[in-house]
Every structure is written in structure tokens, then in C-alpha cells.
Write a protein of this length. Structure first.
Length: 750
């Protein structure tokens, strides 16, 4: 395997030149449709009088066709009743180094433009709600292509294109009376919100969609008895044990009859009772580009494209994928050359073992056979890179492992180390590996804590903060300035447990341990582990999400002399919200989180009325700081107004990399095939990947490639992050994708 980081940008530059040089190509189109248009015009011209004849031929053409450049495909989509508005046109090619597809939405007159296509032969077709896919026809950049939409012959055919949420919400949820029973069924301690949380973003839909064709139907491989088949299918593969832990362990198999009844009804032909709406307004201005990367057996967790503090870093550059437990390679996509390469990930210690088994989110062996891979061990997890960030130099900082978790460097226990003196961490499940694309070299930062998500601070030390995700109870950091100067982790690495100032003296003092009763005059240590981590650009405080139910967010104030001065505040999520997973912060310090309740939650600390420390400041002291914004999409029946959307992560577009304005929060929309942004007007805007169905992301970022290039020089980057790429449309053989979302000023801009 080799890295191709500096592939020539020649092709891309050539395309741009063509655009400039051929600004008038739209006037010389020779498509049959145009001839018709012209004939029509000329035959009616006499009636319209001389004024019309003064128009130049190019103006005539522009009236009934769509203006395109030499690297666009455009035309009109017509259906049974005339122009087809709000449907997708998908252009796909296999002529490039990796499979490439671009998707746009038609405007209210059925017109479309797929802009800026690399040279190649494309298959082009129409997909939309209420339709079935139109036949794939040949298209080429620079040519007009009018398309015919094909109406769905019946509801069943139309429903095959609905996002998974419409199917998943057919599943019944046990009524409130089923919970808290002394015996039988659902374990006593499990509340309805726990059940939902586990069947949504903090459980099942934390790894893949439910409701896709692959999950709402049962492969023959698992037999014909649906309950039995469900017991078997959730044991499939190296994540089988994790599925069973939720279903059989946490929920005592209570969901099995509900899952089985759901798939029985689907098999009997029952259809979703809700239908998706076609894209409206801004949603029609979205351009989605996808590239395959990695391979069909391996999944990715995330990708990274830039430094979130300055999103012009690495403009037009490669984007880097994170394979988590799936493989020892880092996929790199060069969007300039449409090349996807794999880079062999470095492991420092020769005796390093795989990160599989208990305490990990994947196992050495399949618990049961997979309908796709049998008993094959398909994942390999030495590298285990969960998430990455770029720094201002374009270096890739990876939460990855390179040594045994117990093989802690000596400073982790050194009583003179400022952090070890206060609190020791016995294991580090993941450390930090740094890759420098300029030198193609990597470095290992041997931290004492486990890393999971990470984010840079806006300070002179260039501090990198990490959450520990699965365990450890600390937040850790690297003073990157110091690291660059010394290459000594003992001097540049620190961490702290989460100490809440319940004594109310504004200082860190003696504290009670997690689970112990509070004591007046003492602080309190939270046994919580933070999942997402983010830094408030305004005051340098570090925030994290806590994945409990109802769950919480925490604010860690480093103070003047960290770690000694570090204090934590905790803010529980009040109803109707529950179940935080990923989150981020805007430039005013408002925190945005994906919630299992089907909301994007926001927390504004400046709205808090009561004291933020002292005996009562233990989580429930600022419900007034919270606000909830319901995600689009249908909800489960019988549990009140809700959205079944099960968002994994939220990210805030602090620098307007997308085009909806600064500080727009964007969540992954894991049951509706894309992302969802909360506009300034309070309306949710769905950003959907219509093809292949089943797109599922675990994070995103946004990059400004060229601040002077308008919408073309900016966009969001994300990767498909579901654990089983073979569950998406197309089935076995489908690969993860890198995805770019751009927002045009109108649906025809090119
Ligand atoms: C840790 C990640 C993870 C979690 C959590 C998870 N799954 Fe899965 N699931 C997988 C993977 C990986 C596969 C693919 C297995 C295979 O096909 O080899 C899968 C496959 C499936 C399938 C398809 C099996 C088939 O081929 O018929 C279903 C259905 C499913 N999961 C349901 C669930 C449910 C229900 C839950 C929650 C109780 C859940 N999953 C939680 C990772 C996960």
C-alpha cells in the first residue's frame, strides 16, 4: 500500500480553466430537445410579433432548456403530470479511479443541473418520493439530458425508497404500563426512555440503521420463525455480543417479540403509515458528491478534512478516514484526483495485540454466523483509530492505539507529575498517533488516559483535549506547543478527574468518590465518562457529553493552574430530552447535542439563574439553560409527540463552511440518510444522500477550500460510518463513502 498525497492537481485545474474558457458553451448545445424548442419558438414567433424576433438565438435556447457549462449535465425532468419538482437526479461514473456519484434536486419547474463533473461517462437517473427509479441513461458533461420520471405503480413500490425511519416507526413500543412491573417482561429498573434510548442512538442505531431493507426483512439464512431468526441474526458477526448485550442483557430480550412482530407485518405487506416529503426550499439547493473508499468488509467511524478552528487549513486537500475496530489502514481520499488510497497505519510496539474483546466495541470472533460472511473474522483492530483532528499545520491527530493498554509509561505514576500526583489512570486503551502529510512521518504521543474524541483549544499552547469515551473517568490533554518543543509526553500531557465544587468555595478540595453520599464541605467526583469533547472559543472552558439516561453535559474550567484548579459543572438533560451522544459548541459557548429523545438539544449556561456551585449544583440546577428542537421525521406511535430520529453526533458550523450562516448546528440524521441542520429561522433542513439508501454518518466537519470561490469553495465533509456497509442499498460489495455536501444559491447554480 502506498500513500498518494501529492497527486498532481493538474486535472482539476484543467477543468476550472475549461469552465472559464468555455463560458459560452451553453449557446452551442445541439441536443434534440433544443431543436424542438427552437422549432416551437419559430412557429409561434409570428404570432408574438417582431419584438420577440429581436432576441438572439442564444436567448431563445435559454428559455426552455437549462444553462450548463462544459462540465455540467442539466435538463428537465418530466413526469406524468408535467415537470417533476423536488426529485433527485443522480449521475454516477466508474470511469474515475474510484466510484463517484453526484446528486442534485430538481427545481419547481423540474429543471436540474449536476455541476462540475469530472470528465467521464455517467449513468444518470431520477429518484424521488412517489417514484421508482427511472432507467439509467448515458450522460456526459457538457450535454443536456432531459429525463422522464417513472411514477411508482403502487404504494408498496414507492415505499421502497423511503428512509429507514418510516419503516422503523412501524415497530410498536411497549406501553407505559409494561414498564416497572415487578416480574416478567422488561427488567424492573428499565424505564420507557431507557428502552427507547437503547433502541435508538445510544444502542442499536449507534451502529447502523434499523428499518433498511436489510434489517426490516430477514435473510432466509436465519430460518422462517421470526422470533428465532431475530435471536440468531443479532448474534451475527464480531459485534454480535454487543447486540445481544443490549437485547438480552440490558433489556432481558423484551424487544424480541416487538422486533419479530414488526418484521412479520413487513413480510405480510404492511407499509409505513407515513411518507417522506420531497425536498423543499434550501433542501433543493444541496449538491451531494460521494466517493467510494476503503473496501466492502471494513467500516469507518469518521473522517476529518481540516482544522475546525481555521477551516481553510488543507483547502482542496485530501480527507482522512478513521477505521475504528475494522482495519489497520487509514483511507485517504484526494478529491482533486478522485483517488482513494489506503495508508498502512503505524503501530509502535511489535508485541501489540488487537483491541478486540471485553471493554471494546467489537470481538475477536463472531458470536454467531453472519448471513453475509459466515464465521469469517473480517475486522482487525491494532490501530483502532476512532476519531481524528487536523491541527493548524495540517497534521492529523488520531485517537488510535499503538501499545498494550497496561504498558503505561513511568510518568503516569510519577508522584511529581502534576496530574499523576492528583489522580492516576491505570490503563490507556487508545493513545495519540500523529501523521504529518508533509513529511509522511508519524509520531506517537504516549498518553496515560484513553482517547476517543478530540478537539483543539483556541489557546497559545495549542492544547488538544480528548474524551475517553468508554472508560477512565478523566479528561485528558496534550500541550501541543510543548510537545513540539520537547517530544516529551511527561512534560506535555495532563489529565483530570471530574471534580464538582459541591463545597461551594470555588476551589478544588477534598472530594467524595462516585456513588458515595455527598458531604457538606466536600467536593464531589463524578464517575462519568465524557463522550464528545469541545472547547468554548469564548472562555476556553472544555465541555463534554455524558451518555447516560437522561444523561448530561459537563463543563470543565481549567482555571489558572491546571490540573490543580480544574473544576467541573454538570447539567443533566431535563425532559422531554434524554440520551445525549455526540455534541459540539458554537462560538457563543452554547452547546448542541444529539439526543435519543429525537431532539437536537441546546444548552446556554448564561441562562442559568441559580448558583452554579455548592451543594445543590449537582446536575438538576439549571433546566432553564436547555432548549429542545425536534428532529424531522415520524415518531413511534403511542408515546406522545416524538421523532424516531436517532442522531449520533452534532457539530456546529462556527465558520459558515456550508452556507447557512455562522454557528448553524448540524446533526447526523442516522435514520433519514444524511444530516440535518437547524437554520437561523428555527426550521430544520434535511441534507440527504439519496443514493445508495442507508447512508449513516457518525460525525462531520466543514472546510473552506477557497474563501473567494463562493459556494464552490466550501462544503461539509462526512463519511458513511455504519458498521455494516453491506446493509445499505446494493448489499454485499458496497463500500464506505466519503461525502461532500455543498449548498448552492439556487437549484440551478453551476
Ligand atoms: C456495536 C455495534 C452494533 C450495535 C450496538 C448493534 N448492532 Fe446490529 N449489527 C452490527 C453489525 C456489525 C452487523 C452486521 C453483522 C453481519 O451481517 O455480519 C449487524 C447486523 C444487524 C442486523 C442484520 C442481521 C442480518 O443479517 O439479518 C440486525 C437486524 C441488527 N443488527 C439489529 C440490531 C439491533 C436490534 C440492535 C440493538 C439491540 C443492534 N443491532 C445493535 C453492529 C451492531
Amino acid at each position: 500500500m502506498r500513500v498518494k498525497l501529492c497527486s498532481s492537481p493538474g486535472r482539476w485545474i484543467m477543468l476550472r480553466r475549461m469552465r472559464i474558457g468555455q463560458a459560452n458553451t451553453r449557446k452551442t448545445q445541439k441536443e434534440p430537445e433544443m431543436k424542438t424548442t427552437r422549432r416551437f419558438y419559430l412557429s409561434t414567433a409570428a404570432a408574438l410579433g417582431f419584438a420577440a424576433l429581436l432576441a438572439t438565438p442564444s436567448q431563445l435556447v435559454a428559455q426552455n432548456t437549462v444553462a450548463i457549462d462544459s462540465d455540467d449535465i442539466g435538463g428537465v425532468v418530466t413526469g406524468q403530470n408535467g415537470p417533476e419538482a423536488g426529485v433527485w437526479v443522480i449521475a454516477e461514473t466508474t470511469d474515475l479511479p474510484t466510484r463517484y456519484a453526484k446528486m442534485v434536486v430538481t427545481d419547481d419547474q423540474g429543471r436540474y443541473v449536476v455541476p462540475d463533473l469530472p470528465k467521464g461517462k455517467y449513468k444518470v437517473w431520477v429518484r424521488g418520493y412517489g417514484l421508482v427509479d427511472s432507467p439509467k441513461v448515458d450522460g456526459e458533461p457538457g450535454k443536456q439530458l432531459n429525463l422522464r420520471a417513472v411514477p411508482a405503480p403502487n404504494d408498496a413500490a414507492a415505499a421502497q425508497y423511503y428512509p429507514a425511519i418510516h419503516w422503523y416507526t412501524m415497530m410498536r413500543i411497549p406501553g407505559a404500563d409494561q414498564f416497572g412491573q415487578a416480574r416478567g417482561g422488561i427488567p424492573q429498573g428499565v424505564k420507557q426512555i431507557d428502552y427507547l434510548n437503547l433502541l435508538k442512538n445510544n444502542g442499536c442505531v449507534g451502529c447502523h440503521q434499523l428499518g433498511t431493507k436489510a434489517t426490516r426483512t430477514i435473510p432466509a439464512f436465519f430460518g422462517t420463525d421470526s422470533k428465532d431468526a431475530w435471536m440468531k441474526r443479532v448474534q451475527a458477526g464480531q459485534a454480535g455480543e454487543l447486540m445481544v448485550t443490549i437485547l438480552a442483557g440490558q433489556l432481558a430480550a423484551a424487544p424480541i417479540p416487538y422486533l419479530a412482530e414488526w418484521t412479520d407485518r413487513v413480510a405480510a405487506g404492511e407499509l409505513p403509515s407515513t411518507k417522506p416529503a420531497r425536498p423543499q426550499g434550501l433542501e433543493r439547493n444541496v449538491v451531494v458528491t460521494t466517493w467510494d473508499w476503503a473496501d466492502e468488509k471494513h467500516y469507518l467511524h469518521d473522517l476529518v478534512s481540516t482544522d475546525r478552528r481555521n477551516p481553510t487549513v488543507n483547502g482542496y486537500g485530501p480527507v482522512y478516514g478513521q477505521p475504528e475496530y475494522s482495519m489497520g489502514f487509514m483511507p485517504i481520499l484526494d478529491p482533486k484526483t478522485n483517488t482513494a488510497d489506503m495508508y498502512k497505519a503505524p503501530i509502535r510496539d511489535p508485541d501489540m495485540h488487537e483491541n478486540l474483546g471485553p471493554t471494546h466495541a467489537a470481538r475477536e470472533k463472531a458470536l454467531g454466523p453472519s448471513a453475509y460472511w459466515g464465521e469469517e473474522k473480517i475486522w482487525e483492530a491494532y490501530f483502532n483509530n476512532h476519531n481524528s483532528m487536523l491541527d493548524e499545520k495540517g497534521r492529523v491527530w488520531m485517537a488510535a492505539s499503538f501499545r498494550d493498554e497496561k504498558n503505561q509509561p513511568a510518568y503516569c505514576k510519577d508522584p511529581n507529575h502534576p496530574s499523576a500526583k492528583l489522580f492516576q489512570v491505570p490503563v490507556s486503551g487508545r493513545q495519540l498517533t500523529v501523521y504529518d502529510p508533509k513529511t509522511k512521518k508519524y509520531d506517537f504521543v504516549d498518553v496515560c488516559f484513553t482517547t476517543h474524541h478530540l478537539n483543539f483549544a483556541y489557546d497559545a499552547n495549542n492544547t488538544l483535549w480528548t474524551s475517553s469515551g468508554g472508560g477512565g473517568g478523566v479528561v485528558g490533554w496534550v500541550n501541543v506547543k510543548k510537545w513540539d518543543e520537547t517530544h516529551d509526553p511527561a512534560q506535555s500531557v495532563g489529565w483530570t478527574p471530574l471534580i464538582v465544587d459541591t463545597s461551594g468555595d470555588g476551589k478544588r478540595g477534598e472530594y467524595t468518590e462516585p456513588g458515595r453520599p455527598q458531604e457538606p464541605g466536600k467536593d464531589m467526583r463524578l464517575g462519568q465518562v465524557i463522550y464528545a469533547v469541545m472547547v468554548n472559543p469564548k472562555d476556553g472552558s472544555v465541555w463534554g457529553t455524558v451518555r447516560n439516561n437522561p444523561g448530561a453535559i459537563v463543563r470543565i474550567n481549567p482555571g489558572s493552574n491546571p490540573p490543580e484548579t480544574m473544576l467541573t459543572e454538570v447539567y443533566n438533560v431535563p425532559m422531554p430530552g434524554f440520551g445525549p451522544r455526540g455534541g459540539d459548541i458554537d462560538s457563543n459557548g452554547v452547546v448542541w447535542v444529539s439526543l435519543g429523545s429525537g431532539h437536537m438539544g441546546s444548552f446556554d449556561r448564561s441562562k442559568c439563574k441559580g448558583p452554579l456551585n455548592g451543594l445543590t449544583a449537582t446536575g438538576n440546577h439549571c433546566p432553564e439553560g436547555w432548549a429542545f428542537h425536534k428532529y424531522p421525521g415520524p415518531g413511534f406511535a403511542g408515546i406522545g409527540d416524538n421523532s424516531a430520529e436517532s442522531s449520533y453526533y452534532s457539530w456546529v458550523d462556527q465558520h459558515d463552511t456550508f452556507g447557512m450562516g455562522k454557528d448553524v448546528p448540524i446533526s447526523t440524521a442516522n435514520l433519514t440518510d444524511g444530516l440535518v441542520a437547524l437554520g437561523k429561522d428555527g426550521k430544520m433542513v434535511s441534507l440527504r444522500v439519496p443514493y445508495p439508501m442507508g447512508f449513516f454518518a457518525k460525525g462531520l466537519d466543514g472546510r473552506i477550500d477557497d474563501p473567494n470561490a463562493g459556494w464552490k469553495g466550501r462544503g461539509l465533509w462526512t463519511s458513511s460510518g455504519d458498521r455494516a456497509p453491506w446493509q445499505v442499498e446494493g448489499g454485499k460489495g458496497m463500500k464506505p463513502m466519503a461525502v461532500h455536501f455543498q449548498l448552492r444559491p439556487d437549484p440551478l447554480a453551476h
